[in-house]
Design a protein around this ligand. Sequence first.
Ligand SMILES: Nc1nc2c(c(=O)[nH]1)N[C@H]1C(S)=C(S)[C@@H](COP(=O)(O)O)O[C@H]1N2
Ligand SMILES: [Mo]
Length: 261
Amino acid sequence: MNTLSRRAALFGSLSGAGLLLSGCDRLTQSQNVQRIFRGVEDWTRRNQRLLLSGGQMAREFKPSDISKEFKANGTLNPGGDEYMRHVDEGFLNWRLKIDGMVANPMALSVAEIRKLPARTQITRHDCVEGWSAIGQWTGAQLGLVLKAAGVSPRAKYAVFYCADNLDGEPSKGGSQSPGQYYESVALVDAFHPQTLIAYEMNGQTLSVAHGAPLRIRIERQLGYKSAKYVQRIELTDNLAGISGGRGGYWEDRGYEWYAGI
Ligand SMILES: Nc1nc2c(c(=O)[nH]1)N[C@H]1C(S)=C(S)[C@@H](COP(=O)(O)O)O[C@H]1N2
Ligand SMILES: [Mo]
């Protein structure tokens, strides 16, 4: 990316944050949400450093580039009593926990995440199975939330825990052994400005097939890193003790952990 577009991206995020902050007085916010808002300025400075030091942005597209069809893949509905109860309740009681190596563990509702400064981006999703689709995603920047949670300087990874268990069903990718879907990224990707806790796709509330109510978008790596149905984000310095120890459901079954495009 050239300096100009990098700068444009940076100013985009600066003005976006400013706009939302001016309307902030009217919102009744929980302590967590207030804490996240207080971090905005600091966070934009951190973005600036990341981008100026050569952190790459994934390519962004125009609204007219959005694919007519965006295949839903992997789990299309986690099912089970608990998830279906959340669906019935409109995800009112869904909580995204942020815990592990953080100073301020949090449990955020979807409504609280929707109150944070939002970022919208149109990106191409590349699945390891060989298909791609361009979609528009809206969500809160994960980095802003992590900033407020106070990530320990010793933490190295963000681990995303999802609500679905793949059960080794052939329709969900073959004869792999059963397991809860999870993923992880290094902190440089967790704090990347395009890494979102997304709640809208193509301007609509995220559907169950695409990961309702919240999914992660990791734009510089293959599709399997973008965890759907995310319920918990753990900060850690070691992936070895988690599930198969290789940092993700598919990684435990042989895929690369760093799935760069
Ligand atoms: N929780 C969960 N996240 C997941 C998957 C899954 O099965 N479960 N599949 C992954 C894969 S392989 C891809 S390509 C994308 C598909 O996202 P989509 O359904 O929005 O197209 O989600 C990824 N995240
Ligand atoms: Mo995929």
